[in-house]
Design a protein. Structure first.
Length: 258
């Protein structure tokens, strides 16, 4: 008897004990054989680490290029190579011209029913700010997201899901999208919105793209419209960056139109 409980009893015969001891001995011998081999292997690897590092860099670059090629081939509808433009002056703001732009994922799922959009910021005499308004489920957030995706894909060197794309290099993309709170941190929906918006105002430059979706939804209509209007004015007047601003507040839309 080797062990015993209320439910069961374990037995080992003399032969089983001999086999277990033999197995333990063989496992020890195996470890003794493997250790020197692994030691030599690691030494060889360390001696040639420069070659392995170079191989990893080459494979990483190849993997990135193949990923760009696969992503470009899988785009639904028109796809184009972006034209990156130089800045007209050292302190000049960026420009963005997207014509017939599509959201890569939505367009692939919806096919021909997806309606492409133009996004023109700071081109052809148009302002740097575009205020998007409309009913729920009208596609406001999709326009914002597809513009961000297009800029990222363009600056990666990937094809863009659009008829044409022209832009000056954009240094950073700032987003304030969605509505959520952080209960464990004691932050309400409004506080979360304001903290993220404050980060945009603190770090955006004239060559940034700021994307804000329904700012102020976490509070009353009157206060939310005031916050949205003040932030929009700060982005357009003081910072001067490219702005996509989706809102339900009609006073903000009317003020932006003026």
């Amino acid at each position: 008897i080797t062990s015993q409980s209320k439910a069961k009893t374990r037995f080992k015969t003399k032969r089983i004990k001999e086999l277990v001891a033999e197995m333990d001995s063989l496992e020890d011998r195996r470890e003794d054989c493997i250790f020197p081999f692994l030691s030599r292997l690691f030494q060889e690897f360390h001696a040639h680490q420069a070659h392995f590092r170079a191989a990893v860099r080459c494979l990483s670059e190849l993997d990135a290029l193949l990923s760009l090629a696969v992503a470009s081939q899988g785009l639904a509808g028109s796809a184009c190579r972006a034209e990156l433009l130089p800045y007209s002056a050292p302190d000049a703001p960026s420009i963005l011209e997207l014509r017939g732009c599509r959201h890569p994922v939505a367009a692939a799922r919806m096919g021909n029913s997806f309606v492409p959009n133009d996004t023109l910021l700071n081109v052809e005499g148009l302002p740097r700010v575009l205020v998007v308004t409309g009913p729920n489920m009208g596609g406001k957030s999709t326009v914002l997201r597809q513009t961000c995706i297009a800029v990222i894909m363009a600056q990666l060197g990937c094809r863009v899901n659009a008829d044409s794309c022209r832009l000056c290099p954009i240094d950073r993309i700032f987003t304030r999208i969605g509505s959520y709170d952080m209960l464990l941190e004691g932050k309400s929906t409004l506080l979360t919105e304001l903290e993220e918006t404050a980060a945009v105002l603190a770090h955006a430059t004239p060559r940034s793209l700021a994307v804000l979706d329904e700012l102020g939804r976490g509070t009353s209509t009157f206060d939310g419209a005031a916050i949205a209007s003040a932030v929009l004015d700060e982005l357009s007047e003081r910072i001067g960056c490219l702005v996509l601003f989706a809102t339900h507040y009609h006073p903000v839309s009317r003020e932006a139109a003026r």
